[in-house]
Design a protein around this ligand. Structure first.
Ligand code: HEM
Ligand SMILES: N=C(Nc1cccc(CNC[C@@H]2CCCN2)c1)c1cccs1
Length: 361
């Protein structure tokens, strides 16, 4: 079958956007004629590397749930559209982590693999992120590690993988392409981690908590001008609250608030003592302090909120709408203590875009 028919209007809109914002790309009519002719002949068209790079950056600029868009122009784009085997994709994901991590100076990077082609499905990474901690479900239903990753952990175990059995076992990549399913360990040298300690409480280090430096999303598709790239892992750096207010705090994640509150000597007998809130703050202080002390890029929610409003004002000065989803932009800790809380946004959907892929059946 011809795969989904490329929407000619989407293609034309994107080519016009590219030329409007990049005059160096030359006369738009010439490129438009080429693209529309290629669609007529083959049912799709191939982006130039320049178009792909611009498209990936604008898709970030259009991401209405992202607070970190101020640096959208600096996204590093690794054009790997010629890579379409499971082994090739796994290898390039490892190289992506090496390139993006540095020694802690994290570089926002995306690797774009082969798109869906008429008659040939694109490769897919089954992990939600390139670096994830295993979640082992035990007989009594409790989970050792990250409960959010129980399903992919189960799949990896069924495929023969074995972890060390700690709370922070890095999962292998599971990649599917051309009907093959491949398991690939992520080499330790490309997995930078930060052990968590607190500047004022020596006992904090004894909790044995740590987190990985690089968040790299591998379960979203990149849509540019009617072409879908289902396999396009991208990374930035963390905002501390993601680790301290969600990953380590949520009850269906590492559920560490009661542990931290106990060690703080708080009265946890009633919510109204706000023991959860006090534990949250100290957990987030520990995350920001540990990353900064190890020279690993991270941002706090106050700084990031200010940067986002700077970005929004710049976009409006450029005559563009800056779409934003209030419920995702406002941080999960101290919302009203940040400036992004105290205003409205336009939650429109623009393309190019990063979209959630339909779940694999
Ligand atoms: C450079 C530093 C960056 C920071 C600090 C940042 C921060 C964030 C945060 C905190 C979220 C909400 C995540 C959640 O609550 O689970 C988010 C969402 C998002 N970010 Fe960014 N981001 C950054 C870079 C990027 C880059 C490089 C891209 C893509 C090229 C990107 C695309 C997105 C998208 C698509 C979402 C929404 C995800 C969804 O709908 O599930 N961000 N960002
Ligand atoms: N800092 C980051 N955080 C981030 C961005 C997009 C998506 C996610 C993961 N979000 C999924 C979780 C689980 C449900 C709601 N939040 C994290 C980045 C990840 C990749 C680039 S920036």
């Amino acid at each position: 079958e011809r795969g989904e028919e490329i929407d000619r209007r989407e293609a034309e809109n994107f080519i016009r956007l590219h030329h409007a914002e990049n005059p160096v790309a030359g006369p738009v009519e010439v490129r438009l004629r080429e693209v529309l002719a290629e669609i007529d002949q083959t049912g799709t068209y191939t982006h130039t590397t320049g178009e792909l790079t611009f498209g990936a950056r604008v898709a970030w600029r259009n991401s209405n749930r992202c607070i970190g868009r101020l640096y959208w122009r600096s996204l590093q784009v690794r054009d790997r559209r010629h890579v379409d085997t499971a082994d090739g994709v796994a290898e390039e994901c490892v190289e992506h982590l090496r390139a993006a991590t540095g020694k802690g100076r994290i570089r926002p990077t995306i690797t774009v693999f082969a798109p869906d082609r008429p008659g040939e499905r694109a490769p897919r990474i089954l992990n939600d992120q390139l670096i994830r901690y295993a979640g082992y479900v035990r007989e009594d239903g409790s989970v050792l590690g990250d409960p959010a990753n129980a399903q992919i952990t189960e799949r990896a175990l069924r495929m023969g993988w074995r972890g060390e059995g700690t709370r922070f076992d890095v999962l292998p990549l599971v990649v599917e392409a051309k009907g093959a399913l491949v398991l690939r360990e992520v080499p330790r040298e490309v997995v930078l981690e930060v052990p968590l300690r607190h500047p004022a409480f020596p006992w904090f280090a004894d909790l044995g908590l740590k987190w990985h430096a690089v968040p790299a999303i591998s379960n979203m598709a990149l849509e540019i001008g009617g072409v879908t790239y289902p396999c396009a892992p991208f990374n930035g750096w963390y905002m501390g609250t993601e680790i301290g207010a969600r990953n380590l705090a949520d009850r269906d994640r590492y559920d560490q608030l009661p542990v931290v509150a106990e060690r703080l000597g708080l009265d946890t007998s009633h919510d109204r003592t706000l023991w959860r809130d006090q534990a949250l703050v100290e957990l987030n202080v520990a995350v920001l302090h540990s990353f900064a002390e190890d020279g690993v890029t991270i941002t706090d929610h106050h700084t990031e909120a200010r940067r986002f409003l700077t970005h929004l004002e710049r976009e409006e000065r450029s005559g563009r709408v800056c779409p934003a989803d209030w419920s995702w932009i406002v941080p999960p800790l101290s919302g009203a203590a940040t400036p992004v809380f105290h205003r409205y946004y336009e939650d429109v959907r623009l393309t190019p875009a990063y979209v959630h892929r339909p779940p694999l059946m």
